[in-house]
Ligand binder design. Structure first.
Ligand SMILES: [Zn+2]
Length: 390
């Protein structure tokens, strides 16, 4: 699975779940923030301008973190003194201070993100050959296996069990749609930041850990190819490759031209420099943007970019970076923080919701048909089985 496209696909997930042009009046939503910041390059398709979309997500997520932090510490603005969760340890003791701030951050993350993922069911086939988990008897149909395990061995199965475990405990009246939206923004925003950071640090192991969350979100949003591709990479590193090959795959996913600890880039495409070329190329394929086209374009875009760079060098052309300055970014984030603060976003107010998201689920992953996901994983493993990896 290629890194650059993985990052783009995560934006698509965020857009599917959280971007709606009918949410202009819903303060705190991505689209309202886009209008506030006048980020006109951000459109309904994040692929139109990867950087613009990426910038918006980062700014909104950061503004949420700051606003949430202000609420957590009972602060009126970023310059005021905390009234809640006040540090009462020794000032100057860096160990204590650090531990305290990590504790506070941990409790914030626990409250405002959704780290829970649904577990695979403990009934039904647990291997592709449909053997009984107790006596090993082999079945042709998963249904017969389940019936056998239930009736002969008394293994719990939702399908046959009389007393159903009630899983939904959410009371419609008690949910806060605005709060649910925030949690999703923070969850996906932080996963994305974490993943970007992992890429910059060349931390392949962390990238894969985050990918395990992403598979489920891809699955939920019907991003079929990416769900399959990411699962394939995980399966490669976990079971399909030798230890040596797996180690190479995990730690060979980035390149580092500048040689600082945090200057790694995905090795499939040098995003920082080639994105523009890539986009120009990809533009001519609008409408038929298949995985094959993406692969072809990213290959040729690299070559073209090399040629252009060489040309500029020979002709002494200076290329403007085209990226916003850090201070512009800060101003944008502070603008959003002020706006978010005025809306009491981080208070829990049962019954409220954004106009554009009347029925938003607090954790969309709990909506996944997990039996279906299990069967999909099993079927995918069967497909990988026939491929040759090296
Ligand atoms: Zn049996």
């Amino acid at each position: 699975m290629e890194e650059f496209h993985n990052q783009g696909e995560l934006l698509k997930v965020i857009w599917k779940l959280l971007y709606s042009t009918s949410s202009a009046r819903d303060q705190g939503t991505l689209y309202a923030a886009r209008n506030t910041l006048n980020a006109r390059n951000v459109t309904q398709d994040p692929a139109d301008d990867y950087y613009a979309a990426s910038d918006l997500v980062e700014k909104v997520a950061t503004a949420y973190i700051i606003t949430g932090g202000l609420t957590h510490f009972g602060m009126e603005s970023i310059d005021s003194i905390p009234c809640k969760h006040v540090y009462d340890g020794e000032v100057g003791n860096t160990n204590d201070m650090q531990e305290y701030i990590f504790d506070q951050a941990r409790s914030f993350v626990k409250t405002f993100t959704l780290p829970e993922v649904p577990k695979l069911p403990e009934y039904g086939p647990n291997c592709n050959t449909y053997n009984c988990r107790y006596c090993g008897k082999k079945y042709k149909q998963p249904h017969s296996l389940r019936k056998h395990e239930f009736s002969i061995h008394g293994h719990y199965d939702l399908l046959f069990a009389k007393e159903k475990v009630s899983s939904s405990k959410d009371n419609e009246n008690e949910s806060d749609g605005v709060s649910a939206y925030i949690k999703l923004v923070l969850t996906l925003g932080l996963l994305r930041m974490d993943r970007n950071d992992a890429i910059h640090m060349g931390d392949g192991s962390r990238m894969l850990r985050i990918d395990q969350f992403l598979v489920l979100y891809y699955k939920y949003c019907h991003c079929t190819k990416y769900a399959f591709g990411t699962l394939e990479t995980i399966a490669q590193t976990e079971v399909l490759l030798t230890e040596r090959q797996a180690h190479r795959l995990i730690w060979n996913r980035t390149v580092n031209h500048r040689g600082d600890v945090n200057t790694n880039h995905p090795n499939d495409l040098d995003v920082e420099h080639c994105n523009k070329v890539f986009k120009d190329f990809a533009h001519s394929y609008r409408g038929v943007f298949t995985e094959k086209v993406v692969a072809r374009v990213s290959k040729s875009a690299m070559k073209v970019h090399e040629i252009i760079k060489q040309f500029d060098k020979v002709c002494n052309v200076r290329v403007p970076s085209g990226r916003h300055k850090t201070c512009d970014k800060e101003i944008d984030i502070i603008t959003l923080v002020r706006q978010f603060q005025a809306c009491n976003l981080f208070d829990f107010i049962p019954g409220r919701s954004h106009y554009a998201y009347p029925n938003i689920k607090e954790n969309p992953l709990t909506e996944l048909d997990i039996e279906f996901v299990r069967d999909w994983i099993a079927a995918s493993l069967k497909k990988f089985q026939n491929k040759h990896f090296c």
